[in-house]
Write a protein that binds this ligand. Structure first.
Ligand code: PLP
Length: 362
């Protein structure tokens, strides 16, 4: 059996060690005679799984003790609504607009409160992160999308919001490098990029931000309190996904934790950006100073119909060479390589070798 190098933006590649270990335990988890898929979430065998996954999140992200860790469902997209529903006080929130996912978060928040967009990189097709170093005002919270999966941009600074809670969507950069959790009131991430298969959303929330009463009419399942009071077991959690997340976190720990991931990811990203910056055939779309180390969109020197033809050929020939899911998002065009934690340096080197050959032939 041969495995491909998978550059998908999400769901994405998982460490092979994790897949092998899950396969070994598939029919009989630690002598229980069952798969974790089949187990009650309230069983003696399952309890330590979720407890260990939570404690690994705490350890690897250095989460202070006054924060709760929640395992929720509904994807990061459900957080676009849960955040305003639970954090609304005076009725005004500030957002920074850095592309598709920010726009979706803004549109959803507008259903529940008034939104002020502090800055936007809309003027240059979201190819950079606007500088908003300090925020003051009577906002209930400030929301940013720390890594923009589609545009391939990432904040190189954390806005200083003083006492205003800072909320960040970290879906596509969680645990890609160390992050100071204490600077944030709330962090959320869909797991299907750096943590696990799809199905669980990780929320890290400062305890004092969990309201007794979210806005009127909030469904029980959309109140943070429901999940924080019940250890993410108010209803059936996505048990198997949490179990795989635990294995991924063990893999991260064994590979140097967040610092180890940072080293690994910069090595890959620097190699790839250096190649793009020195090429007269390809170029990166994100501006220097705002570049993601996880998602790297790039274009060729062609435009118009020729670009469409070449992009299609690139994606198809790359797939035949075992390099899959490289099509760019339609809003950026060209190609995109998502090189999450689990992507190896060998995978990036194989992509560059293919790109070099393709450029010479086309
Ligand atoms: C930054 C970011 N936020 C939110 C989402 C939406 O996540 P979900 O599909 O888990 O709702 C994505 C999905 O790719 C994303 O990349």
């Amino acid at each position: 059996m041969s495995r491909v190098y998978n550059f998908s933006a999400g769901p994405s590649c998982l460490p092979e060690e994790v897949l092998k270990s899950a396969a070994e335990e598939m029919m009989d988890y630690k002598g229980t005679g069952q798969s974790v898929m089949e187990m009650s979430h309230r069983s003696k065998a399952y309890e330590p799984i979720i407890a260990e996954t939570e404690s690994l999140v705490r350890e690897l992200m250095n989460v202070p003790s006054n924060y709760k860790i929640l395992f929720l469902q509904g994807g990061a997209s459900t957080q676009f609504a849960m955040v305003p529903m639970n954090l609304k006080k005076n009725g005004k929130a500030a957002y920074i607009n850095t592309g598709v996912w920010s726009k979706k978060a803004i549109a959803e928040a507008k259903k529940y409160l008034s939104v002020e967009v502090l800055a936007s990189s809309d003027d240059k097709n979201f190819s950079y992160i606007p500088k908003v170093e300090k925020v003051t005002g009577d906002y209930d919270y400030v929301h940013i999308t720390l890594n923009n999966t589609i545009m391939g941009t990432h904040y190189e600074y954390i806005p200083d919001t003083g006492d205003i809670p800072l909320v960040a969507d970290i879906s596509s950069c969680i645990l890609s490098e160390p992050l100071d959790v204490s600077k944030f009131g709330l962090l959320y991430a869909g797991a299907q990029k750096n943590l696990a298969p799809a199905g669980v959303t990780l929320v890290i929330i400062r305890e004092d931000l969990i309201p007794e009463e979210p806005i009127e009419g909030t469904p029980t399942m959309l109140a943070y309190k429901t999940h924080s009071e019940n250890g993410s077991m108010y209803n059936t959690p996505p048990c198997y996904t949490i179990y795989i997340m635990g294995k991924v976190l063990q893999w991260i720990k064994a590979n140097g934790g967040a610092e180890g991931m940072k080293k690994r990811n910069y090595e890959k990203a620097n190699l790839f950006y250096d190649y793009l910056d020195n090429s007269d055939y390809y170029h990166a779309t994100a501006e220097k100073g705002s570049r993601s180390i996880m998602n790297i969109p790039f274009l060729t020197k062609y435009d118009g119909d020729k670009a469409t033809e070449i992009n299609k050929k690139f994606v198809s020939e790359a797939a035949s060479a075992g390099l899959v899911n490289l099509a760019g998002h339609r809003l950026v065009g060209g190609m995109r390589a998502s090189i999450y934690n689990a992507m190896s340096l060998e995978g990036v080197k194989a992509l560059i070798a293919f790109m070099d050959k393709f450029a010479k032939e086309n």
